[in-house]
Ligand binder design. Structure first.
Ligand code: C2E
Ligand code: MG
Ligand code: MG
Ligand code: MG
Length: 275
């Protein structure tokens, strides 16, 4: 891809650029056109109530299928999108598509109570996030209460105006979840001030929950914290019945993970959940 940059071919980049750098540049170039080429799509992972198995929502997870490179996981292209600024376009597309899909399911007779969409710190830096969300809700007709935005602790702690944006989002009726809770650095004072509805226990604590005493202690502490602050707590990455039973026993009745369902294509949500 570097070749396209000038008549001197690779000479401009060659001295300093490692194989990895070339690969990254190639990916970056492809990524920039991925939306218009319709290579980007969403999967939806069900969130359930442990005791009843009832569907309480889904998390939208972005996917990129490149014709030559195949399916590229978000951990590879989200950071790239963040570095290049493409995340703003991508994030907007994701949000729009997620809201549209909720309306499509509704029309097809499937009521999904809520959709959770991940936000990057970079999307807050842009400033106009609240207007974007409001526009998309108006355009799709989705009720704001049925949208939940997921941010990590570091987004809240490191984004200057995060408090302002989050309060603004709350004021238009959108719910907020803290993703990967327990892995980042967050102040409980912040948590108390923010209109957050949900804590998502990071899956690293769930993994060995019934064998590792530390993970067990952390998970229980998060569940208790959520309870005492009147927040709902959902466990990520629940893969076994044992983990689900543990959570239920300790007062966490919400879960998301392979034990219940892998992330699904939109149509598979219908097959799986439509009555
Ligand atoms: P996340 O938001 O914490 O999403 C949960 C991740 O855990 C997803 O990976 C999901 O497929 C995976 N997962 C769910 N259940 C299980 C389980 O039982 N076992 C295991 N091993 N994994 C499970 P995915 O889809 O690869 O996404 C990875 C991360 O990429 C997400 O973590 C999120 O940080 C980011 N991401 C995904 N979609 C978006 C998006 O639209 N926008 C932004 N900004 N970030 C996104
Ligand atoms: Mg998430
Ligand atoms: Mg997470
Ligand atoms: Mg994560």
């Amino acid at each position: 891809q570097a070749k396209a940059r000038g008549r001197n071919g690779f000479s401009f980049y060659a001295p300093s650029m490692t194989g990895e750098g070339v690969e990254r540049l190639r990916l970056e170039t492809f990524l920039r056109r991925s939306i218009e080429k319709e290579e980007i799509f969403l999967n939806y992972q069900p969130q359930v109530e442990i005791d009843t198995g009832r569907l309480i929502g889904v998390e939208a997870l972005v996917r990129w299928n490149h014709p030559e490179l195949g399916l590229i996981p978000p951990i590879r292209f989200i950071p790239l999108a963040e570095d290049t600024g493409f995340i703003n376009q991508l994030g907007k597309w994701v949000l729009h598509e997620a809201c549209r899909q909720m309306v499509r399911w509704q029309e097809a007779g499937l009521h999904v109570p809520k959709i959770a969409v991940n936000l990057s710190a970079k999307q807050f830096e842009r400033g106009s996030i609240v207007n974007m969300v409001a526009d998309i809700l108006r355009d799709t007709g989705l009720e704001p209460q049925r949208l939940q935005l997921e941010v990590t602790e570091s987004v809240i702690m490191n984004t200057g105006d995060a408090m302002v944006f989050i309060n603004d989002l709350h004021s238009i009726g959108v719910a907020l979840a803290i993703d990967d809770f327990g892995t980042g650095y967050s102040s409980l004072a912040y948590l108390k001030q923010l209109p957050v509805e949900t804590l998502k226990i990071d899956r690293s604590f769930i993994k060995d929950i019934s064998t590792d005493a530390n993970d067990e202690a952390i998970a229980i502490a998060i569940i208790q914290l959520g309870k005492s602050m009147n927040l709902s707590v959902i466990a990520e990455g629940v893969e076994t019945e044992e983990q689900a039973a543990f959570l239920l026993r300790h007062g966490c009745n919400l879960a998301q993970g392979y034990f219940y369902s892998r992330p699904l294509a939109a149509d598979d949500m219908l097959t799986r959940w439509q009555k």
